[in-house]
Design a protein around this ligand. Structure first.
Ligand SMILES: NC(=O)c1ccc[n+]([C@@H]2O[C@H](COP(=O)([O-])OP(=O)(O)OC[C@H]3O[C@@H](n4cnc5c(N)ncnc54)[C@H](OP(=O)(O)O)[C@@H]3O)[C@@H](O)[C@H]2O)c1
Length: 280
């Protein structure tokens, strides 16, 4: 008898994360344990209520990805209740406001989107069951080709460690805060550097786990959902008519998160709409 599936999504009280939970509940059936997580208990409870009204039964757990103890508490709870996890989607992200300089926002943005991703990798990598799927929701901006060639060596995923990427991003925060990013070849818009670093962290996790993952059927990838109509993206586009609804966007991400046992790839890739995007 196969074990009932265990799945979790960070930042899933709204936006794409909420749709991923809805799709996972539908896809995995009522016997699965699907964890809707949120940093705010009231917003989390309201999101769970919404899905219950649709006949679904996600579980709830608090998760603030900028807090080591919060990430560790969820990992310990999953370990104690289930022994491991089948699907992890690291999706939580801070937003960028158009109304404030990015220099004021970059520290929280990197702590959430980059260090948060690394916290999820470290906490849940060791809990992955055989045939597990670990995804980081990134973006097409996460291809290294979007950064100046002067920076490419810093993101050499064949040799760099997670700690190297974290240090690099802390240095980047310092440069943006000091108004020095452009002088060091970094782009002005903080989302590009952050997404490249998220994909790099995913590729490094995949490299470090390659032998075990191949033996145990585990797949590790980054995903770009494409443009999704959420409160995060709406302020940046005058015309959202080409954007997908969160549930539409969830379809291809869930495809990647539920590739059946025996699937050998993609592995360590950035995938958008079921196709691998080039790194360079
Ligand atoms: N929307 C797009 O067009 C698009 C395109 C490409 C990639 N993506 C990526 O898709 C992912 C989801 O984006 P979205 O548009 O759905 O964003 P969103 O609507 O802003 O949702 C982000 C989620 O992350 C949560 N979050 C923020 N900080 C957190 C923290 N410290 N700990 C735990 N959760 C936290 C938010 O919780 P609160 O409700 O408490 O704030 C919210 O639930 C992001 O990684 C984004 O970069 C989106």
């Amino acid at each position: 008898m196969p074990l009932n599936k265990v799945a979790l999504v960070s930042g899933s009280n709204q936006g794409l994360g909420f749709a991923l939970i809805e799709a996972l509940c539908n896809n995995l059936g009522p016997d699965a344990s699907v964890y809707l997580t949120a940093r705010d208990p009231a917003r989390g409870a309201e999101a769970v209520r919404q899905l219950r009204r649709r006949g679904l039964s996600p579980l709830f757990h608090l998760l603030d990805v900028i807090d080591d103890a919060s990430v560790a508490a969820l990992a310990e709870s999953i370990r104690a209740r289930h022994g491991g996890v089948d699907i992890v989607i690291s999706n939580a992200a801070a937003r960028i406001s158009r109304d404030r300089p990015q220099a004021e926002q970059v520290a929280l943005f990197v702590n959430t989107n980059n260090h948060g991703t690394c916290r999820m990798i470290r906490a849940f990598g060791p809990l992955l069951r055989d045939n597990a799927r670990f995804l980081v929701v990134a973006s097409a901006f996460g291809s290294l080709r979007n950064l100046s060639p002067d920076l490419h060596g810093k993101f050499d995923v064949k040799t760099r460690s997670l700690e190297d990427i974290e240090q690099l991003m802390d240095d980047y925060v310092g440069l943006v805060e000091a108004g020095q990013a452009a002088a060091h070849y970094w782009p002005e818009w903080i989302n590009v550097a952050s997404k490249v670093a998220q994909v790099a962290s995913t590729k490094i996790m995949a490299r470090l786990m390659r032998a075990e993952a191949s033996r145990r059927g585990i797949l590790i990838n980054a995903a770009c959902p494409g443009l999704v109509d959420t409160d995060a993206s709406r302020p940046w586009f005058e015309d959202m008519s080409a954007a997908q609804s969160p549930l539409q966007a969830a379809e291809d991400v869930i495809w990647l998160a539920t590739l059946p046992p025996g699937t050998n790839g993609p592995y360590g890739e950035l995938v958008q709409h079921r196709k691998i995007l080039p790194w360079l």
